[in-house]
Design a protein around this ligand. Structure first.
Ligand SMILES: [Zn+2]
Length: 389
């Protein structure tokens, strides 16, 4: 068996290719000389690696940069159009998806309500939805490089859904089945984890190392970024803060416990209250609030208070720099925000409260789908750097 030692020229070239590509991704547009200066690789090596990356369609030469005296250098940029990635957010009541370039920038977007139970299975709907998002003309040379898919429940390390409490969906090997169907790598994870990533890369959490992303949809899930890393826990199941008991004898929750936070502060809780005023959707409840309907305003204030009560505990436990509230309830940010801030001010420990900013997600209900597409593109770049793509 051939061993890979530090002297293996092919291995060294792979590593150096990754270093050169990374330099362009972080600093583009960049000249060959700047790559050499920034990485410590000699100019001849950089020239050869860059040629290789140009031939593979991963870099492109753009206009000329500023000269420091002699001939103006040719600048290099990452070619984000060399492939595309699919990002999906499966909600309890909807499917949302984007097709993105290799930087994760959105090229196309699609939304669809989930069909009611008794129709096509969730998996059938999901496959049809992904097919609609695939490009008619695959980008060259890499086509679709991967699919990221956020799921509303407990997901294991292999991308299998173990439990989706708000849906009629049995445990399913989601990643494996989609890989078989589409023939590309599939990254399946809890949607709140992708939401946290989406806000870090494209939204309100750029540069934030201590972040709790609260996905407030039918249930509540959280994505925890601790010290710059997504925290997954021993089995990958971290972040189920929706099942924090906030009332010991409260209403029964689908998880088996009583009085869970999400029974008071989620879309489900808002819809239960809204039913009493003949209102059947969040969109309608927002409309009523816009018209100054006093009961609708009271419902939003109550949901906001409960959100704030849970977030105060999150702030005390994790000492985050930011808590971002995303997913479906973010559409009511205007009415929820005052109550959220009021409760956080009243309840969180003063030392913890001082640094913690509580805001709504910048990407609204699109944080998870953007994070999922980014993860799929990122997985491709990791394979490129490892010499596997
Ligand atoms: Zn629960």
């Amino acid at each position: 068996m051939k061993s890979t030692t530090t002297g293996d020229p092919a291995l060294i070239r792979r590593i150096n290719t990754g270093i050169a590509l990374d330099a362009v991704l972080k600093g583009e547009p960049l000249s060959r000389a700047a790559i050499s200066a920034g990485t410590g690789l000699n100019k001849a090596t950089v020239s050869s690696l860059v040629q290789d990356l140009l031939d593979r369609g991963l870099l492109t030469e753009t206009g000329q940069g500023a000269s420091s005296g002699g001939r103006k250098p040719v600048m290099l940029e990452f070619r984000a159009s060399a492939g595309c990635a699919i990002g999906i957010d499966v909600g309890a009541t909807y499917l949302m998806g984007v097709r993105a370039d290799l930087r994760g920038e959105v090229l196309a977007e699609l939304r669809r309500p989930m069909e009611a139970a008794g129709g096509r299975s969730v998996m059938e709907q999901l496959i049809g939805f992904i097919e609609e998002l695939l490009p008619k003309q695959p980008p060259q040379p890499y086509g679709v490089v991967g699919i990221g898919i956020g799921l509303p429940g407990i997901v294991d390390g292999a991308g299998s859904l173990l439990l989706a409490p708000h849906m009629d969906w049995e445990p399913t090997e989601v990643a494996r089945r989609l890989e078989e169907r589409f023939g590309v790598p599939v990254h399946a994870d809890n949607e709140a984890n992708f939401g946290a990533q989406g806000e870090r890369i494209f939204g309100a959490a750029a540069g934030i190392r201590h972040l709790v992303y609260v996905s407030a949809g039918m249930g509540i899930g959280t994505g925890l970024v601790l010290d710059g890393q997504l925290y997954r826990g021993a089995s990958g199941f971290s972040g189920e803060l929706g099942h924090l008991s906030i009332q010991f004898d409260g209403p029964a929750c689908r998880c088996g416990n009583r009085g869970c936070w999400e029974r008071f502060a989620s879309e489900q809780a808002a819809l239960e209250s809204a039913a009493a005023i003949g209102c059947g959707s969040l969109e309608e409840l927002v409309q009523l609030a816009e018209q100054g309907h006093s009961e609708a305003l009271r419902i939003w204030d109550e949901i906001g208070s409960y959100l704030g009560i849970g977030i105060a505990t999150i702030i005390n436990v994790f000492n985050p720099e930011a808590v971002l509230i995303g997913s479906r309830l973010s559409m009511a940010a205007r009415w929820l925000e005052p109550a959220v801030q009021r409760e956080v001010q009243a309840r969180a420990l003063p030392f913890h409260r001082r640094q913690a900013r509580v805001r709504f997600a910048e990407l609204g209900d699109g944080s998870a789908v953007r994070g999922a597409a980014w993860q799929a593109a990122e997985g491709f770049l990791a394979r490129v750097k490892a010499g596997e793509a």
